[in-house]
Design a protein around this ligand. Structure first.
Ligand code: SF4
Length: 324
């Protein structure tokens, strides 16, 4: 474990002093994990010391939801943001779910409330509501199905009706609108990370690097997506890199994905182009150690049971449609 950790972090420029400090902290956390019967789930945007040093499972929102549902440890430590930890609690309510950084929100999830969804439903009676997984449990409880970036089109197409209310990501909705004949009625939320990318910069870098393949997250603006070779979720990006053989790759998404690629594909060349998510980067090894040792009340994730049941149906509908 430590040799692999050293190799991967070494590729990312960690020096000997940093490596030794990371290994010491990871050893302490991994012992605590066993002692407390805990499992650590981490999103791909977390820092590499978490991903390679202590996480038992790393993935995108969809894969993490499934992993949380199947977890049989007593404690799930969620290294990600609040809506993800809520989803874990909804899908596996008998477990204790801990969020090391309780202030880790998300500009998309925080852009919309349950009452906003109720108003949209009142204005568009009978129109089904699909929410992106980046929403609070309260919002999910008001919707008919949720989706992730990798299955959004399938869920939109799979839900009955000619129109769909799609919340909260307006950029993802604009990208989806180009792919579906259904009318999308959307909210005004945006991801602070993905809205920051500029199609002109992408065009500049494409001209500079011959043989460059550019991968954009589907939370980016439509002109950015149009300037790239593929768009999708983080899992789709990893698959694309694994299955293709380009001279260079560039990932237009959060910096954690670029680091994962550099660490995991040492024989491929990656051009840096990323933005940091301030929420995802709130979690660190010190907080993980503290939350496992003695969690504060604010780090224990609770979802009202009635809300959890309704939100759970919305998530299960996504599983049902996307796995058809
Ligand atoms: S990257 Fe964007 S969508 Fe993901 S948690 Fe950060 S703000 Fe939310």
């Amino acid at each position: 474990m430590n040799e692999d950790l050293k190799k991967k972090l070494g590729r990312l420029g960690y020096d000997v002093g940093q490596l030794n400090a990371v290994i010491k902290a990871c050893d302490e956390i991994n012992s605590l994990k066993k002692e407390k019967n805990a499992v650590i789930l981490a999103h791909s945007y977390q820092t590499p010391d978490i991903i390679y040093g202590v996480a038992d499972f790393v993935g995108d929102s969809y894969a993490l939801s499934r992993a949380a549902q199947k977890a049989d440890a007593e404690i799930i430590v969620f290294c990600g943001v609040r809506f993800m930890a809520e989803t874990a609690k909804i899908l596996n309510p008998s477990k204790t779910v801990l969020l090391p950084a309780p202030g880790a929100g998300c500009s998309l999830a925080d852009s919309i409330s349950a009452s906003d969804v109720r108003e949209m439903k009142a204005e568009n009676p009978g129109v089904p509501v699909i929410c992106y997984i980046n929403t609070s449990a309260d919002v999910k409880a008001e919707c008919d199905a949720c989706c992730t970036s990798s299955n959004a089109l399938k869920v939109v197409e799979g839900i009955p009706g000619d129109s769909v209310i799609f919340v909260p990501d307006q950029l993802m909705a604009a990208n989806l609108q180009k792919l579906t004949s259904k009318k999308l009625i959307f909210w005004r939320g945006k991801c602070v990370v993905h809205e920051s990318f500029d199609a002109r910069k992408i065009a500049f870098l494409r001209a500079k690097y011959d043989g460059l393949k550019i991968l954009a997250h589907s939370e980016c603006a439509p002109d950015v997506v149009a300037a790239c070779d593929m768009s999708g979720g983080t899992g789709d990006m990893i698959d694309y890199v694994r299955k293709t053989d380009a001279k260079y790759y560039m990932l237009v998404t959060e910096c954690g994905m670029h680091e994962r690629m550099v660490a995991e594909f040492p024989d491929k060349n990656f051009i840096g182009m990323c933005a940091l998510c301030p929420y995802m980067k709130m979690t660190n090894l010190q907080l993980i150690k503290q939350v496992l040792s003695k969690p504060a009340q604010s780090q224990v994730v609770e979802v009202d049971p009635k809300v959890a049941r309704a939100a759970g149906r919305t998530i299960e509908r996504m599983f049902e449609i996307s796995e058809r």
